[in-house]
Design a protein around this ligand. Structure first.
Ligand code: NAP
Length: 244
């Protein structure tokens, strides 16, 4: 199988860590982003310096047509996608009763719909090859629930449902679908919460630190590897013991 990975939201944070780790493990990578073109181009250049092929591609994962165009572009430039990592995500804080329909719908459209769009677009080739690998990024909040982040937690719980259901549906076609549920990881998503919340999250993490993008990248690379060839429908929590 040719090692062609599409990593959504790979311009920074966890996605960037995943893209670079996959490159170190021999994958050619498409670095998807929505806004930060320069950052995505830097990641693609880093991947090339590791010795793998790479491209950066702007697409809003919530836009099915844009995702289809991206997958066609990857196919033309790198080859058909054999690993899709659905990492792009958004989060936001607020009381449930103050959450507008617009905010709610955008969480669902990006965090859940984005994964759906990417999987739909890469499936035809995976089905015809009877092989392929999908790794979805959920969150511990999708497992445990989260006060003041209900839309986010619901979208991430749905990603787990998507993973488990598709794993069953696609297993006869030789396609594995797994999920990583990160705890608190030191990226922009956590930094925007401020120093006080950041310190509280560190205190609440039994291992006494925030995770790094590399901590999550290793879990994803494991699912993508032959070492995980008998694993599908799994949710691996990488959280320093946060939810026990
Ligand atoms: P981040 O630092 O905020 O980075 C988000 C990434 O997603 C960026 O590359 C961004 O692109 C991209 N993105 C956002 N919306 C997009 C869209 N509609 N289409 C395409 N790309 C989009 O986030 P992170 O902390 O690395 O989180 C990555 C994933 O891990 C998310 O799914 C998040 O929910 C999950 N997660 C994070 C934590 C944590 O503690 N950090 C914990 C659990 C789960 P631009 O750079 O172009 O804006």
């Amino acid at each position: 199988m040719r090692k062609i990975a599409l990593v959504t939201g790979a311009s920074r944070g966890i996605g960037r860590g995943i893209a670079l780790q996959l490159a170190r493990e021999g994958w050619n990578v498409c670095v998807n982003y929505i806004q930060q073109r320069e950052a995505a181009e830097v990641v693609a250049a880093q991947i090339r310096s590791i010795g793998q092929n790479a491209m950066a591609y702007q697409a809003d994962v919530a836009d099915g047509e844009a995702v289809n165009a991206m997958v066609r572009a990857v196919e033309a430039q790198l080859g058909p996608v054999t690993l899709a990592v659905n990492n792009a995500g958004i989060s936001g804080q607020g009381l449930f009763q103050d959450t507008s329909d617009e905010v709610w719908d955008r969480h669902m459209a990006v965090n859940l719909g984005g994964a759906r769009n990417v999987i739909r677009a890469v499936l035809p080739h995976m089905l015809s090859e009877k092989s392929g690998c999908i790794v979805n990024i959920s969150s511990i909040w999708g497992l445990r629930g989260a006060s003041c982040e209900v839309a986010y937690a619901c979208s991430k719980a749905a990603v787990i449902g998507l993973t488990r259901s598709l794993a069953l549906e696609l297993a006869p076609s030789g396609i594995r679908v797994n999920c990583v549920a990160p705890g608190c990881i030191d990226t922009d998503m956590v930094q925007v919460l401020g120093d006080e919340t950041r310190s509280m999250l560190i205190e609440e993490t039994p291992l006494g630190r925030l995770g790094t993008p590399e901590d999550i990248a290793h879990a994803v690379a494991f699912f993508a590897s032959d070492k995980a060839s008998f694993l599908t429908g799994q949710v691996l929590t990488a959280d320093g013991g946060f939810i026990g």
